[in-house]
Design a protein around this ligand. Structure first.
Ligand code: SF4
Ligand SMILES: [Zn+2]
Ligand SMILES: [Zn+2]
Length: 311
């Protein structure tokens, strides 16, 4: 007798256990479940409208690759333009391999793909920044430089390409981790800015995150089931940040109490929404006095970090 688990919806052979929904799903039901949630997230949060020019921030990893595939499929329904942009941080043996996947997927989908590097914009690769920072005994880890510079590079490039939105691959795990990291840092402002629905600066291209309600594990499963190629290696600097500690602990909580991650994410979203309406907390960024880019302080984070590595 066949003892393999059965799909809770149709009785066919299950391929995945969605513990927090107490459901086991077969290939067909899983793909449907997955796509429905992403589409609902896009529609509910009015992420895309006809006429938009959407730049997908494509790293080559599973999250951004799936964002690209899902948005491409939606083009039949929503008439907008889509293209991919990649920021090459300059992490030897890691990002160069990921970029090969990004090129392969944009070619497969017949989409324009533009690549820009840290070296071109800031004058240093991330590898060079890390080395300089070591010599200067700087307290900041590689991810601080990487995240701040990548966001800036992405914004400059998308603005130059006249994108109306930048779609990133942030998933439910990323978003919950960020909320928790902001919490531990006492940084409420960053959480308030995370899902800004109003434009915070004319120079800032609005971000959308179609996968923000989807767990990372299901993204990997979807890509594997659909046979979508993506870069799987881990960044050599990944173990060094606070995110890694938060990730380990959140995963432990989720595996013991299924659904905790999703509950935490929606709980935080509600608090943020409440704060924004009740306290009328609206953000408008001004411009950095040194580079003119959007900034909440007189001198932006990029200029501050560049000053550190220039010594
Ligand atoms: S792990 Fe850190 S250094 Fe590596 S790509 Fe991510 S943010 Fe950049
Ligand atoms: Zn089924
Ligand atoms: Zn600046």
């Amino acid at each position: 007798m066949d003892k393999s688990p059965k799909c809770s919806r149709c009785g066919k052979k299950a391929i995945i256990d969605i513990r927090y929904r107490e459901e086991k799903l077969c290939r067909r039901c899983f793909l449907k479940f997955f796509e429905k949630r992403v589409h609902r997230n896009i529609e509910k949060n009015k992420m895309i409208k006809p006429g938009d020019r959407v730049a997908v921030a494509l790293s080559g990893g599973k999250d951004s690759t799936l964002t690209l595939y899902i948005l491409k499929e939606m083009l039949n329904k929503v008439k907008c333009e889509l293209f991919a942009v990649t920021v090459d941080e300059g992490i030897k043996g890691y990002r160069d391999k990921a970029i090969e996947f990004a090129k392969r997927n944009t070619k497969e989908l017949d989409l324009t793909h533009i690549i820009v590097s840290f070296k071109e914009i800031f004058g240093y690769t991330l590898n060079e920044i890390v080395e300089k920072n070591k010599v200067l005994r700087g307290a900041r880890g590689p991810c601080t430089f990487c995240g701040v510079f990548r966001r800036r590079a992405l914004n400059i490039l998308s603005r130059e390409l006249k994108a109306s939105k930048v779609a990133t691959g942030h998933n439910l795990d990323d978003e919950s981790q960020t909320y928790l990291m902001n919490f531990f840092r006492g940084d409420i402002e960053s959480s308030l800015k995370m899902n800004c629905d109003e434009s915070i600066s004319e120079l800032f291209v609005k971000r959308i995150k179609p996968l923000s309600t989807t767990p990372e594990r299901e993204i990997a499963a979807y890509a594997l089931v659909k046979g979508i190629p993506f870069h799987m290696d881990e960044c050599p600097y990944a173990q060094e940040g606070m995110r890694n500690v938060v990730r380990v602990h959140m995963n432990k909580i989720e595996s013991t109490f299924a659904g905790s991650r999703e509950n935490f994410y929606y709980f935080m979203n509600e608090i943020i929404k409440h704060l924004k309406t009740k306290e009328k907390m609206k953000f408008k960024l001004s411009s950095c006095i040194l580079c003119g880019e959007p900034s909440s302080k007189e001198i932006c984070k990029v200029c501050e970090l560049l000053k550190i590595i220039r010594g």
